[in-house]
Design a protein around this ligand. Structure first.
Ligand code: ADP
Length: 490
């Protein structure tokens, strides 16, 4: 790619045991830029054979990696962080080319991903055990924390850089080795991260990347191979459930970061401008393709009209286009199928009585692939029976519902099988505590539309998943607890 400063970051081969290689059968699959619909790369199409090879390499490498001092592992991770930061522009460019998000968002994603590498380079040194009061004076009880072993990670296309960094950093810090399966739509960011990891001194076999179109075949190996001790997955709840079942056969540890259906509540005492600002950030970032996106907007009847007016004005200011254009604030969706799925949800809501509010015309320049774009859409008076209220939209559509009482809105907000993020805007401190405590979610934004960072725990309750990523809790999923009892002391 001519636009890269560091051309070595553009890789299209698998990375296994420290070697860049093709699939055994030489097959490749294509990666498309969703803004233009054009093929930008042909990537080696790995499958079960390559996955097994990667798992064996990871198992071999783990024997040395876990015995490095934490200081040594920490230093390598820190170097990796420095390299990712140094190559931020190139990584963001690759990300936008394969995923479509605006370049500024891609840059923020690279920084966000890097922050996990930095954080866990530090946390590596703080994996503390325990000394527990002995049962009798001739005994001592000690708790050791040890790496779980080979970790498999399966990551999605919506944050191809950050989702990977968020899993790799704690795994490597804890002394685990990893086999990664990135989403087939966005393998290039993962491969570029591996180039920098190698350069930072991550030894051969410690990090392996198997790209491939046959997710089932790769996933089956990763979830059933006895040498894999843990799976960390980010993706849809449907696929997550399947992977949990597959992992059950060999009782692997699992971390699951699954779908969401975030409520975004605006109470009558809210600062409406702040709420609109938060709503735009939460709803339209990454064209609405995030699992913590506001999916259902509940607006108090007394501020409904005011909110609709201000929100529609702000939506009309969005600029839809190619993420590589500086002016763009809203990129394409990942595929034409994604666009159709969003359209079905909108059609269903309209058929059930929702009204589409005019937020202006969004036209595209001729060289862009229209079938990948969905214009920002505001639906008002959406009935709670509409599918859009219970399904993840994953597109730039805001669905507004009117409410009148606090209890009513809490019930509606919790009436979902998901429990990832929730947001609300209010000023009254008693209400803030009441509502925050009652929302059935893993993360709650109070007067805030964006809440994730490396120092805080990311994850959900209910069918949104198991485990937490980031923060000091984030490393716990990558260590086993071993109780050591020393007896017969005199
Ligand atoms: P999304 O709808 O966001 O694409 P998915 O859950 O389908 O979410 O995909 C998330 C990740 O899971 C991707 O890397 C995808 O390739 C992978 N995946 C999808 N189906 C399977 C499967 N049956 N086994 C293993 N991985 C899978």
């Amino acid at each position: 790619m001519n636009s890269l400063v560091n051309n070595t970051l553009w890789r299209t081969q698998l990375y296994i045991n420290g070697e860049w290689r093709d699939a055994d059968n030489k097959k490749q699959f294509s990666v498309v830029n969703p803004a233009t619909g054009k093929i930008i790369a042909h990537v080696a199409d790995g499958g079960a054979i390559e996955t097994r090879c990667a798992i064996e390499a990871a198992d071999n490498a783990q024997k040395q990696w876990k015995h490095l001092t934490v200081k040594a592992r920490s230093t390598i991770l820190r170097k990796w962080f420095d390299l990712v930061t140094k190559n931020q522009q190139d990584l963001a460019y690759i990300l936008t080319c394969e995923q479509g998000k605006p370049l500024t968002e891609a840059q923020r994603e690279v920084d966000y991903g890097a922050s996990y590498i930095e954080w866990f380079s530090e946390e590596a040194k703080r994996i503390y055990g325990d000394v527990i009061a002995p049962q009798s004076n001739d005994k001592r009880a000690i708790i050791l924390k040890q790496p779980v072993g080979v970790v498999a990670t399966i990551t999605p296309w919506n944050f191809p850089c950050a989702m990977l960094a968020r899993k790799l950093a704690p795994a490597l810090a804890a002394g685990c080795t990893v086999v990664v399966k990135p989403a087939a739509q966005t393998p290039l960011s993962a491969l570029a991260l591996a180039v920098l990891a190698e350069q930072a001194g991550v030894p051969a076999g410690v990090l392996n990347i198997v790209c491939g179109e046959n997710a089932e075949a790769i996933g089956h190996e990763l979830t059933t191979h006895p040498l894999v001790r843990k799976l960390s997955f980010t993706g849809s709840t449907a696929v997550g459930k399947k992977l949990i079942q597959q992992c059950a056969s060999s009782v692997k540890k699992v971390t699951m970061e699954l779908g969401g259906n975030a409520p975004f509540i605006v109470f009558d005492d809210a600062d409406i401008d702040a709420a609109v600002h938060g709503a735009i950030a939460s709803k339209f970032r990454n064209s609405g393709q995030t699992c913590v996106c506001a999916n259902r907007f509940y607006i108090h009847a007394d501020v409904y009209d005011q909110f609709v007016e201000k929100f529609s004005h702000e939506i009309s200011q969005l600029v839809m286009g190619n993420g590589l254009d500086k002016a763009t604030t809203l990129g394409p969706l990942i595929s034409p199928e994604a666009v159709q799925k969003v359209q079905h949800l909108v059609d269903d809501a309209l058929a059930k009585g929702a009204v589409k509010k005019d937020v202006g015309n969004f036209t595209l320049s001729e060289n862009l692939a229209e079938e990948y774009f969905y214009p920002p859409t505001l639906l008002i008076n959406v009935p709670s029976t509409a599918r859009i209220c219970s399904e993840e939209i994953f597109g730039p559509v805001a669905a507004l519902i009117k409410f009148t009482t606090e209890q009513e809105v809490i019930s509606m907000a919790n009436a979902t099988e998901f429990g990832l993020a929730g947001y609300f805007y209010a000023q009254d401190m008693s209400r803030i505590w009441r509502v925050a405590e009652q929302l059935e979610v893993g993360m709650v934004g109070v007067n805030e539309g964006i809440l994730s960072n490396e120092m805080t725990p990311f994850g959900g309750v209910k069918q949104s998943g198991w485990g937490r990523e980031g923060s000091h809790y984030g490393i716990e999923d990558y260590v086993n607890i071993k109780y050591m009892c020393i007896g017969n002391l005199t």
